[in-house]
Design a protein around this ligand. Structure first.
Ligand SMILES: Cc1cc2nc3c(=O)[nH]c(=O)nc-3n(C[C@H](O)[C@H](O)[C@H](O)COP(=O)(O)OP(=O)(O)OC[C@H]3O[C@@H](n4cnc5c(N)ncnc54)[C@H](O)[C@@H]3O)c2cc1C
Length: 370
């Protein structure tokens, strides 16, 4: 099979790239490990359309997400949940940013923040101040369906689901990639959009892996009642938590800095002890944590206890289900808590571009490299 562009990964980055390249008239193949699109991080995340508030210690990340915020909301209006109040609060103990610093930062980045009565949502004993902000949630399924539609509409994009890369080599001006079931694909351009498998794919193509820390993360779906139903709450800046609507699903997601990550790996090709119980998942190719029989037990009791300490009386939540995905974090980004989207052109002819995304709405960074 010969294509103009081979895209590895059918998350938001792979599908956005497919629609973009297809629209340019290029013949594209999207090869995806799973049996369908959006089975990993593009579904399993907090569904926050970042406006910048989360990154008072990385103005560059805040600015980048704020820059794309309106574009993303305008691009996927049917997928955006705007029907809740988004409140950011600063913990009065153990926070790396205090309320005056947070306000100054919002003014600096140009994002609105209005102080509200913290006691409306929080136990004032533990919260220094609370601010109403403007930030929405996106529905991953609606974004997935729209991108699949946009890619298909071009009439130029084919999909290969259940794809396993058996080997990849450079042959003159094309890459030749062998997949399972005897399929061989040749393309003069490849995009690596495999997120937690970025290094694994780089290695298969003979490139140096990046310095990445991997975290197996749990995003918990909870049912909420009362005032929490119309609110998304984030307590900052450190080992705290967030509870906010998960897209248009009717549930909230619950995450916390301390308990969302269950296991970490600092190896360039990720090694986790749970891989011993799932032979499909190896340092050479990660399988899907969400469907893995060896996935961790939920941390809901701990997250719930933490949230209870901070929330006003009567703001209860009930456990519904857990979703698991691996988050790759650049080691250099750990220092300042930045989440850059890194795009690298590693070869020209044939072309090889690799993207390690920081956020959903920085997907437009791909425009510059494709
Ligand atoms: C816990 C958590 C919370 C987050 N919260 C937010 C948030 O609230 N807001 C936000 O903007 N961002 C958030 N993020 C980050 C965001 O989810 C990612 O930046 C984004 O989803 C990455 O998109 P992607 O397409 O690169 O990755 P993915 O959606 O993971 O897609 C990569 C695809 O590559 C496939 N693949 C892997 N290996 C191969 C292979 N060898 N061959 C072919 N295909 C392969 C995978 O199966 C997968 O489908 C969060 C991330 C996590 C993990």
């Amino acid at each position: 099979m010969r294509y103009d562009h081979l895209i590895l990964g059918a998350g938001i980055y792979g599908l956005y790239a497919a629609a973009l390249l297809g629209k340019k008239g290029l013949k594209v193949l999207v090869a995806e490990y799973e049996d369908g699109p959006f089975r990993r991080a593009s579904w399993i995340n907090q569904a926050r359309v970042h406006h910048g508030y989360h990154y008072p210690r990385s103005v560059s990340t805040a600015r980048r997400t704020a820059m794309y915020y309106r574009r993303f909301n305008a691009d996927f209006p049917f997928a955006i949940n705007r029907s809740f109040r988004k409140i950011y609060a600063l913990s009065s103990v153990g926070s790396l940013t205090n309320a005056p610093q947070f306000l100054k930062f919002c003014v600096h980045v140009g994002i609105p923040a209005i102080e509200i009565n913290a006691a409306a949502y929080f136990n004032p004993q533990y919260v220094e101040a609370a601010f109403e902000t403007e930030e929405y949630a996106f529905d991953p399924f609606a974004v997935r369906d729209a991108l699949m539609e946009r890619a298909k509409e071009t009439g130029k994009v084919d999909f290969l689901f259940g794809a396993r890369i058996l080997g990849a080599e450079r042959q003159g001006r094309v890459y030749s990639v062998a997949f399972n079931e005897g399929r061989k694909v040749e393309a003069p351009a490849v995009l690596n959009a495999t997120y937690s498998s970025t290094n694994q794919v780089l290695s298969k193509f003979g490139f140096q892996p990046m310095n990445i820390k991997y975290e197996i993360c749990e995003v918990i779906m909870v049912g909420v009642g009362g005032r929490l139903k119309e609110a998304g709450l984030t307590v900052m800046d450190g080992q705290f938590f967030s509870v906010m609507p998960f897209g248009l699903a009717g549930s909230h997601s619950l995450t916390s800095v301390a308990f969302t990550p269950h296991l970490s790996s600092y190896e360039k090709l990720p090694v986790f002890r749970c891989q011993e119980r799932n032979t499909e998942c190896t340092p050479g190719q990660l399988a899907n944590c969400n469907t893995c029989p060896a996935r961790p037990e939920t941390a809901f009791p701990y997250m719930n206890q933490l949230a209870k300490k901070y929330l006003a009386a009567g703001m209860e939540m009930g456990y519904e289900s857990s979703l698991f995905a691996i988050k790759p974090i650049l080691l250099a980004a750990e220092l300042d808590d930045s989440r850059p989207t890194i795009t690298m052109r590693l070869s020209d002819e044939p072309s090889f571009v690799s993207v390690l995304s920081g956020k959903i709405n920085t997907v437009y960074d791909l425009d510059e490299v494709l």
